[in-house]
Design a protein around this ligand. Structure first.
Ligand code: NAD
Ligand code: ZN
Length: 368
């Protein structure tokens, strides 16, 4: 089992392995957190894992609450429904929440736990690749509104994260691909070796579920991605110094796509397109070489990311979406630019304007 210590203000550990859910000592883990437990999950994960987990934790008979699977559920309304259910069940401050699911469950349950009775402990059990490498790590919790992604929420760290890659055996290929988008993003902003390692492994494995073909490689890849995110998060836990903004590479355009699609385009899918466009703009602005941009473009296509979307055709709609991006100010839009594969430009974010956007969209329409 790999253990990664996250040394933020309230430090915690991440435990990562294959099949660890069955080997962890849940009695001692549970005893250290609370007397009463509430699982927050979604409908898909519950169908697959509720029975197994309730058996595993039978000694503690946790209450199990679900919401409808999918990004469309990451709302204030779902949070309020869960809060009502918790109150009706008489759950108070001696409870600990257990988030079992993907990034949507972690973001929502984390936010719920941070505000329920002014805060109860939460542990995360991420079940998607994306949640393992990114969403569960770093303490950002929150929900979307119809106007903007992740705009309502708080910073709040879990007590611990338990990642068992055996969950990924039931994850559909497109969801694995969503996680791959964040792994790729981490490599592009901070770790050229991870970028090369990814492509080398892919070249050697042509099978459909290549990401799951070698458990050791997968564990190392996930651990490396977590380490990259950790390095950034511990330096700027609450995004006050700016460094944390680099994790948003690919997300300025990515979030706009998600929002314009009414959250029907998956996060990872949108981020991959965001990486493509934001890398090209980095090249246009003279920060990224053509050679590096070409490598990124080739990698995206080689890794089989779908780069076409109908949601980038209306300049005004995109402009409106960019104006509510959290990095935007009253005066300007901002994004993370790449300097090379593995390095971002200084100052973390830089301004861009409508002329940049128009140029970018014209190129995008012709490039595919
Ligand atoms: N807080 C952060 O720092 C952070 C970082 C990155 C992404 N995010 C957020 O994460 C969310 C995306 O997360 P996601 O991609 O995990 O989406 P998700 O939680 O919607 O999960 C994707 C789908 O997979 C299903 N699923 C989950 N585990 C499964 C399993 N083991 N087997 C089969 N199906 C399974 C889910 O029910 C869902 O339908 C977005 O809302 C994004 O904003 C947050
Ligand atoms: Zn993301």
């Amino acid at each position: 089992m790999i253990k990664i210590h996250i040394n933020v203000d309230t430090p915690y550990d991440i435990y990562l392995g294959a099949g660890i859910l069955n080997t962890l000592n849940w009695t001692s883990i549970f005893q250290s957190y609370a007397k009463r437990f509430v699982v927050i999950s979604d409908t898909t994960v519950s169908t697959l894992y509720r029975e197994k987990l309730l058996n595993l934790w039978s000694e503690y008979s946790p209450l199990w609450l679900n919401f409808e699977a999918g990004e469309a559920s990451k709302t204030r309304e779902t949070k309020a429904l869960l809060e009502d259910q918790l109150q009706e069940a008489g759950v108070n401050r001696d409870a600990c929440m257990i988030a079992v699911g993907g990034g949507v469950v972690c973001d929502l349950a984390g936010f719920l736990a941070a505000t329920y009775n002014r805060g109860v402990p939460v542990i995360y059990i991420p079940t998607t690749l994306l949640a393992m490498v990114d969403a569960s790590v770093g303490g950002k919790t929150g929900v979307n509104t119809s106007l903007s992604k992740n705009s309502i929420g708080v910073f709040s760290q879990p007590k611990a994260i338990y990642m068992d890659i055996d969950f990924l055996n039931t994850l559909p290929d497109n969801e694995l691909q969503n996680g791959l988008a964040e792994i790729l993003k981490h490599s592009l902003i901070r770790d050229v070796k991870q970028f090369e390692r990814l492509l080398k492994f892919r070249k050697a494995h042509s099978e459909e579920s290549w990401l799951l073909s070698d458990k050791m490689w997968l564990l190392e890849t996930i651990a490396e991605s977590i380490r990259i995110k950790k390095e950034v998060v511990v330096c700027d836990e609450k995004e006050t110094g700016g460094l944390r903004q680099i994790l948003n590479f690919g997300h300025t355009i990515g979030h706009a796509i998600e929002q314009l699609s009414g959250y029907t385009v998956a996060h990872g899918e949108a981020v991959a397109i965001g990486i493509y466009l934001e890398s090209y703009l980095s090249y246009c602005r003279g920060y990224l070489s053509w050679e590096n941009f070409s490598k990124i473009e080739k990698a995206l296509k080689f890794l089989k990311f779908q780069l076409n979307t109908p949601y980038l055709s209306d300049l005004n709609a995109i402009s409106n979406a960019l104006s509510v991006d959290k990095k935007s100010t009253a005066k300007e839009w901002r994004m993370v630019f790449l300097k090379s594969i593995g390095t971002v430009c200084d100052n973390y974010v830089r301004a861009f304007d409508k002329a940049d956007l128009e140029k970018l969209l014209t190129w995008y329409r012709e490039s595919l």
